[in-house]
Design a protein around this ligand. Structure first.
Ligand SMILES: [Fe+2]
Length: 348
């Protein structure tokens, strides 16, 4: 198979950029400060319940600027949040020691997520926090998770193993002084033969939970479930009226039960995703908004220093209610027992 994530140079322009009006940015920060003052922490149930009301108060023009509609690029950069080094504090050396570092921006990100849909999270990811810190961590440099640094983080769909994976992924840049690139490839910019699309639309290979789900506290019964359920083959691609859609995570995909035609088509898909990849070097205050059904994302390797100045992103996930297009068969999947947190739904 093609080396996943190999960067094609110069062929594809950067993602569309939407500039955040300064007044709206200031309004967001003021609303976030007010919520933090009232509730104390971004994960307080009262704060999560208040997000919808706060987001509904945003001016119509602001909501228009955030609308989760995309070109075939499947992503855009929202630019203009006033994140500053001086008030931010050092980059934490791992999510497990981050605590409430940069909590104001957690709330800002949750407000943006609430304006686009339902903010959601995972009980088994970063101890169930709604906004996750993506920072390099000592000892994890070579993993295929957000805690890595020295290896290329292979392109993937966020939480591809689960039928209730997010519709949208938000990556907010706290600090990225060296311009370490996030990689992003839209399946709608690829050029695949109809036979390859057909081959990859068959449920052939299971995708297992990634390593980030083994390091968080989960109830014993969930670990028991994850350890005993049978992996379920899933579709890699499926066509929709809006275009081609993808569910992809080669680092955690089991290919042992697949046939040669599927593997050859998968290799051609990987090559196409590499051909159309965009290297997005997020700047401080940028939010990359990604359609998780259209774009696979990763990261180029970099050298971490653990001196408080390393690259630091915050990640939020969004469920967009009534969005259509995923295969009906996904409804029967077990999701390896990983429970979703959705403050606006029943939490199952
Ligand atoms: Fe990811």
């Amino acid at each position: 198979m093609a080396a996943p994530g190999a960067l094609a140079r110069g062929a594809v322009p950067g993602p569309p950029t939407r500039i955040l009006d300064r007044r709206f940015a200031a309004q967001l920060v003021t609303a976030a400060e007010g919520l933090l003052e009232r509730f104390g922490t971004p994960d307080a149930p009262g704060l999560l319940k208040s997000l919808r009301h706060e987001a509904d108060e945003f001016p119509g023009l602001f909501r228009e600027a955030l609308r989760p509609e995309f070109s075939d690029a499947g992503m855009y950069v929202l630019r203009g949040l006033p994140v500053e080094d001086a008030s931010l504090g050092p980059t934490p050396t791992g999510w497990s020691v981050a605590g409430d570092a940069g909590a104001l921006w957690d709330v800002v990100l949750l407000l943006l997520a609430a304006a686009m849909g339902h903010p959601m999270g995972w009980r088994g990811q970063q101890n169930g926090r709604m906004v996750n810190n993506i920072v390099p961590a000592p000892g994890h440099e070579n993993e295929q998770t957000g805690a890595s640094s020295t290896v290329l983080l292979a392109p993937h769909t966020e939480d591809a193993f689960h039928p209730r994976r997010a519709d949208l992924l938000l990556l907010c840049c706290m600090r990225n002084h060296e311009g370490v690139a996030t990689t992003a490839s839209s399946v709608r910019l690829t050029d695949l033969a109809p036979e390859d699309v057909d081959a990859l639309s068959r449920p052939m290979a299971p995708i297992l939970p990634d390593d980030a789900y083994t390091s968080s506290a989960l109830p014993d019964e969930v670990h028991a479930c994850a350890g005993t359920v049978s992996p379920q083959p899933v579709r890699t691609l499926w066509p929709t009226p809006d275009g081609l859609t993808i569910r992809f995570d080669p680092a955690y995909t089991r290919f042992d039960g697949t046939d040669a035609a599927y593997r050859a088509a998968y290799a051609r898909l990987e090559a196409e995703l590499s051909r159309v990849v965009r290297a997005v070097a997020l700047e401080q205050g940028d939010v990359l908004v990604v359609d998780n059904d259209v774009v696979v994302h990763g990261r180029v390797p970099f050298r971490s220093r653990y001196d408080g100045t390393d690259r630091w992103l915050k990640r939020a996930l969004v469920h967009v209610p009534h969005r259509r297009g995923r295969p009906e068969s996904e409804r029967a999947e077990h999701g390896y027992g990983q429970p979703v947190i959705d403050p606006y739904c029943d939490g199952t």
